[in-house]
Design a protein around this ligand. Structure first.
Ligand code: LRH
Ligand code: MN
Length: 406
């Protein structure tokens, strides 16, 4: 990386009134969790294109996740999905992770693939099926305790396809009863992240359809319950960063599932379709990270940044490295907003100056900054190229086809 490029970058940011040392420190602290399921085969209802070399079990998923951390330096934890990552000995899986410099992150129960859940899991009108679903949630709390994870990340496919198909308010009560039992089983330092989604697989109503429903439920459950924002789970035109600012102000923003979409829940590489939206989300987070109220800053410091994608046609590991770098890039750009300049413009009602203070940060090329930081940390300045040159991709082809998939 040319020092000249960085010197020029430094000069520009100095003129923009940016404290670059503070920015570099923030970027060095930033971490993104990768999803175990992002390394396996996945697809659409039309086809799952199996790829050669995908991991055949959770241990190999961790091997691949370790590669992403090795080349980016910012992904030391991996989210698990149960039963996709079910193993006989979770202690062994934890040890396998630690031997590769990883920790096991958010535990995701799966209540959307068993036949019994055709009419709902925790909201099913059949009490025996609700019991089965709750027992799976409790099993996931035990797994979290065993692997040292503090986060239970909950998404429910529960919903209906036709008007009148179900009693929406009764299902709401069953959802709350189930999560209250799970909440009681959690350790005091565990968090329950409640993920909402406006449709699919429910095509008429979804029991947890938007941020308000998840927020209302979290409030009723208790302070360890927060809302998870999956960037692909909103109706077209939704102002996601507005929801983010709102949840931060309520101190109930637990975390993100980052991905991008053009149409529905496409689960594409984050930042690939609308990088400006990802930047705007980080602008709201960074504004709160500098809030005079320490409790707001403390809350922002605990946000879980996680990726949730399915790489249906992409080579999995390079796609994950690309995704992590896209998140890091927009996080870095948001730190280049001159907050004093923006505050002055906002209080002066100077619309164009305010918009410029934000957009001009997005227009900064942060490549010299990120490359300088990677060099300082002994990381490759171009992680994707370094991975491609590492030979790991060809070595894992020996795994053959037909590895783990959804
Ligand atoms: C649902 C979802 C949820 C996961 C699944 C893999 O669309 O976003 O977070 O459990 O994808
Ligand atoms: Mn998700």
């Amino acid at each position: 990386m040319s020092d000249r490029a960085y010197t020029v970058f430094e000069e520009i940011q100095k003129n923009r009134g940016i404290n670059l040392e503070q920015v570099k420190e923030r970027i060095k602290q930033f971490r993104v969790e990768t999803p175990s399921w992002g390394y396996g085969d996945s697809g659409t209802r039309f086809k799952v294109f199996k790829q050669v070399g995908v991991p055949r079990n959770p241990f190999e998923k961790l091997d691949d996740a370790a590669q992403v951390h090795k080349f980016t330096g910012i992904c030391p934890s991996v989210a698990l999905h149960i039963p996709w990552d079910k193993v006989d000995d979770y202690g062994k899986l934890k040890q396998h992770a630690e031997e590769r410099g990883l920790t096991l992150g958010a535990i995701n129960p799966n209540l959307f693939q068993e036949d019994e859940y055709i009419f709902g899991s925790v909201t099913n009108s059949n009490p025996a099926i609700r019991r089965k679903a709750i027992d799976h949630l409790l099993e996931c709390v035990d797994i979290a305790r065993t692997v040292g994870s503090k986060v239970l990340s909950l998404w429910f496919a529960d919903g209906t396809n036709y008007p009148g198909q179900a009693d929406i308010r009764r299902r709401k009560h069953w959802m709350r009863e189930a999560l209250a039992e799970m909440y009681k089983a959690m350790d005091p330092d565990m968090r329950m992240l409640i993920e909402y989604k406006f449709f699919e697989p429910g095509f008429y109503h979804t029991d947890l359809a938007d941020w308000g429903m998840a927020y209302g439920l979290a409030l009723k459950l208790g302070p360890q319950a927060e809302v998870l924002v999956d960037t692909g789970h909103h109706a077209q035109g939704t102002n996601v960063e507005h929801i983010v600012a709102n949840l931060i102000d309520e101190k109930r923003l637990g975390g993100f599932h980052f991905n991008s979409r053009k149409y529905a829940d496409d689960d594409l590489i984050v930042g690939a379709i609308d990088p400006y939206e990802l930047f705007r989300i980080f602008c709201e987070i960074d504004a709160a990270a500098e809030d005079p109220d320490e409790s707001v800053r403390e809350h922002v410091g605990r946000i879980a940044y996680m990726i949730d994608q399915s790489h249906n046609i992409e080579p999995k590991i390079p796609a994950m490295i690309r995704s992590v770098l896209n998140v890091q890039t927009q996080y870095a750009k948001a730190l280049l907003v001159n907050r004093a300049e923006l505050a002055d413009a906002q209080s002066a009602g100077d619309v164009l100056a305010a918009e410029n203070a934000v957009r001009s940060a997005f227009e900064q090329d942060v490549t010299p900054l990120l490359q300088a930081i990677r060099e300082e940390q002994g990381l490759p300045v171009d992680p994707v190229k370094a991975y491609m040159d590492s030979g790991y991709g060809s070595a894992i082809l020996a795994r053959g086809k037909g590895g783990a998939s959804w």
